[in-house]
Ligand binder design. Structure first.
Ligand code: 5GP
Ligand code: MN
Length: 340
């Protein structure tokens, strides 16, 4: 169900009352995060000249081609610049996340800033830090929400080729190429609308998926050949990587994207997990089929969250301890896993 209290805010934009805007998104932004922030950036520039996208930290190189990517400011690289922008903004748009803890140290700055906050998001259980909210957990992606918000309040004529290109990117990546169960008839109609508005789907697909490094390809081969473990009694597939392996393949941000999906391709598997020792923390990615709620599982054991069938979490234990904790957690969910 859509929650929307943005109509007076839209009126303020149209009346020219908003002059300085920051758009931000979650930690390690993905295709939906960068597509939605840059899509909104291109749209807002029709009304407001001072708009800037600020990200909490770096993201995958296969998103660098997005139009206006060169204007994005990275908080980790230039904290003073972002701090000044956040403090001086009239409005901060928070896209593709709904808790300030998801943007690390930038969250504190955003929280303390006197700027008006607006959240546009599709994750479950939103916090209440924003004055304005446009939220729907049934939406495939934040890009879908941005499209609808623009179309409903401003009109389709504002979906320029640049806006459409950015938004199509997030629609495509957050649905796993229109494969996941967040793909509805309306999602495909929206993709068609975006193509008609100038999104070149072949080029976007090639920009995102045909640019892998040899290291990344070899990492996938190594994981599938040597590392994937099937826990048949829990209908679960598991891959975990230690620090040495992370170093051996010179893993860059985004290199492991998609790896967790391979486990779900196995017959009878309903839960797939990827656990990586990122040195500062151990990160976990969960994907499931059917009714198994990975977000509840990762919230219970790994300070995590996300969507029912795709979520993430973290652990400050060692890799071995994290794997052991995961396996003992699984034992408590055996019934649910066998029901799917
Ligand atoms: P991924 O496995 O691709 O990193 O994340 C999948 C989904 O889970 C994304 O929608 C992301 O927003 C969410 N997610 C990933 N890590 C975390 C986390 O540590 N906390 C929460 N709340 N959500 C996460
Ligand atoms: Mn998203």
């Amino acid at each position: 169900m859509l929650i929307d209290n943005t109509s007076s805010f839209v009126a303020d934009i149209k009346a020219g009352k908003i002059t300085k805007v920051v758009i931000t998104t979650h930690h390690k932004p993905d295709g939906d995060a960068m597509g939605s922030t840059l899509g909104l950036y291109h749209f807002l520039r029709a009304f407001i000249s001072d708009v800037v996208v600020c990200v909490p930290n770096d993201y995958s190189e296969n998103l660098f081609w997005l139009p206006a990517n060169d204007t994005v400011v990275n908080f980790e690289k230039t904290p003073e610049v972002v701090s000044a922008l956040v403090n001086e903004a009239d409005v901060i748009f928070c896209l593709d996340f709904n808790r300030l803890s998801r943007i690390n140290n930038l969250g504190k700055l955003v929280d303390e800033s006197k700027s008006i906050k607006i959240m546009i998001d599709h994750h479950l259980e939103p916090d209440t830090f924003s004055k304005y909210t446009y939220w729907n957990s049934e939406s495939s992606s934040t890009c879908e929400l941005i499209y609808q918000w623009i179309e409903n309040y401003f009109g389709k004529q504002y979906i320029s080729p640049k806006v459409a290109t950015c938004l199509y990117t997030g629609l495509m990546t957050d649905t796993g190429n229109f494969q996941h169960n967040n793909t509805k008839p309306s999602t495909l109609r929206l993709a068609a609308d975006m193509m008609e508005s100038g999104a070149d789907h072949l080029q976007i697909h090639a920009n995102i998926y045909d640019v892998f490094s040899l290291n990344r390809t070899r990492l996938f081969g190594y994981c599938l050949f040597k590392k994937i473990e099937v826990l048949a009694e829990f209908r679960t597939a598991l891959i975990y990587l230690d620090r040495h392996e992370v170093k051996q393949f010179d893993l860059q941000t985004g290199d492991t994207e998609g790896l967790v999906n391979f486990g779900l391709g196995l017959k009878n598997i309903v839960l797939s997990v990827l656990i990586i020792d990122r040195t500062e923390r151990v990160k976990l990615s969960f994907r499931s089929k059917g009714d198994f709620a990975t977000n509840a599982f990762s919230a219970r054991f790994f300070e995590g969250g996300g969507h029912k069938n795709a979520s993430g979490g973290q652990s400050s234990l060692s890799l071995e301890e994290t794997v052991a904790k995961f396996k003992s957690g699984l034992a408590l969910y055996k019934k649910e896993l066998l029901l799917v």
